[in-house]
Design a protein around this ligand. Structure first.
Ligand code: HEC
Ligand code: HEC
Length: 362
């Protein structure tokens, strides 16, 4: 079975999302009357966004993140409807989802909603600034940052309260914690968050690759003020101002780790690293450079799982990802992943059991 992950016509659907329950395909939201939403009234569209109910009354799967879109203000949903209804209609019938019994029974989604969905528009939090509330509105609603950064329970719902933004696996990548639990040595301050979300890279934290690269591209259409608002919200959530102490020390330590070594290390991994990576990732400046990510400061190497790191080394980082027009080469022809990880079905990564091993290369 091949899953169409990218490509296709804009808004015409067919994007396959592997979930622990099977593959779910996005549907056509162009105004085509037969295969798209051309016959949908604005009220039907509003109901789908806010309540997760299709035009015909059936329940939508939460892979369409209506648990977040329910927070989007009516006037923004109306604007989205007007936008979609003026796109080019494309005839593209829906692909069949591959959900096995009982997950294919849509009526069960009603129970899921009762259990996990908190319906209702975003309500500003008193005592927080306007920017904070704008950031929270964008992050919790349309941007649905939690859909990837919050771990899910066995029924695929985001875990509430304590686990909010605690970091999660998404399609074989690790989306790091956006709370104080983030493992990078330097704090994600408002400035760092803004630079990362606006440009896709920072000298102190590295680049946005994979799924996060798509997010940065999508956010590209928002004005600076909205990106700044999201940064305000997450800098408050992670308490980065309180975490600042010790940053200089952490930076000095990281820079020392990535200074050019003797290249005579007795360790096989170190030898391999200097041969394959050192020519670009060596340190030549006293301050970190974003075009040569400081690996010791990076989430990919400080996270509890190596999945993101393995993805990046195997597939590289294309010219459109991370820093525009800067390439990290792919090593899949030269190295193996040492854990058979990329050969495993993607949905394994959603299971609440450890799925990667440190077995010898196979
Ligand atoms: C579709 C899934 C997805 C969505 C939605 C998403 N992210 Fe991410 N995010 C990821 C992944 C995967 C990574 C790791 C990427 C990498 O290491 O290059 C990541 C990385 C990050 C990082 C870097 C963390 C670190 O320690 O390196 C930040 C900050 C971040 N995301 C913020 C956000 C914000 C804010 C939003 C909402 C506006 C958001 N993300 C929405 C998947 C997502
Ligand atoms: C030809 C130069 C080059 C080589 C060789 C190279 N890299 Fe990179 N690497 C880069 C560049 C440039 C980036 C930033 C890419 C971007 O923004 O598009 C990067 C990014 C990365 C990242 C992502 C950091 C982040 O912020 O998420 C990791 C991890 C990484 N490299 C690891 C390695 C490893 C491990 C090797 C050796 C197997 C290696 N690189 C070899 C140039 C290189």
């Amino acid at each position: 079975m091949s899953i169409n992950m990218k490509g296709g016509q804009p808004y015409a659907g067919g994007y396959g999302m592997p979930t622990p329950f099977g593959v779910i395909y996005s549907t056509n939201i162009t105004p085509d009357p037969d295969s798209g939403i051309g016959r949908w009234s604005e009220a039907a569209f509003m109901r789908a966004m806010h309540e997760g109910v299709s035009r015909d009354g059936s329940h939508l799967y939460p892979a369409f993140p209506y648990d977040h879109f329910t927070k989007v203000a009516d006037e923004d949903v109306r604007a989205l409807y007007a936008f979609l209804m003026t796109r080019e209609p494309v005839s593209a019938p829906a692909q069949r989802n591959t959900l096995p019994f009982p997950f294919n029974i849509r009526v069960l989604q009603a129970g899921w909603k009762l259990l996990f969905m908190d319906q209702g528009r975003y309500r500003p939090v008193a005592g927080k600034s306007e920017a904070w509330n704008r950031g929270a509105y964008l992050a919790e609603g349309l941007s649905h940052c939690a859909a990837c950064h919050t771990p899910r329970n066995v029924l695929g719902a985001e875990k509430a309260a304590d686990d909010s933004y605690a970091g999660a696996m998404i399609e074989g990548w690790f989306a790091p914690a956006l709370t104080a639990a983030n493992t990078t040595p330097l704090p994600w301050t408002q400035d760092e968050l803004f630079t990362y979300l606006r440009s896709g890279a920072t000298a102190l934290h590295g680049v946005a690759a994979g799924k996060m690269s798509d997010v940065v591209h999508d956010l590209g259409r928002l004005p600076d003020a909205d990106i700044q608002a999201i940064a305000v919200y997450f800098a408050d959530l992670n308490g980065s101002s309180a975490l600042k102490t010790g940053s200089d020390e952490a930076l000095a330590k990281a820079l020392a780790t990535s200074a050019l070594g003797s290249r005579l290390e007795p360790d096989a991994g170190a030898v391999l690293y200097w041969a394959a990576c050192g020519s670009c990732h060596y340190k030549s400046a006293t301050t970190p450079l974003s075009v040569r990510p400081e690996l010791a400061l990076n989430s990919a190497l400080t996270a509890a799982t190596p999945d993101t790191f393995i993805h990046i080394v195997m597939a590289g980082i294309g010219l459109e990802e991370g820093i525009p027009n800067v390439l990290m080469p792919a090593f899949s022809q030269a190295l193996n992943d040492g854990a058979g990880l990329l050969c495993d079905p993607p949905w394994q990564h959603f299971l609440p059991v450890p799925v990667w091993t440190t077995d010898a290369p196979k």
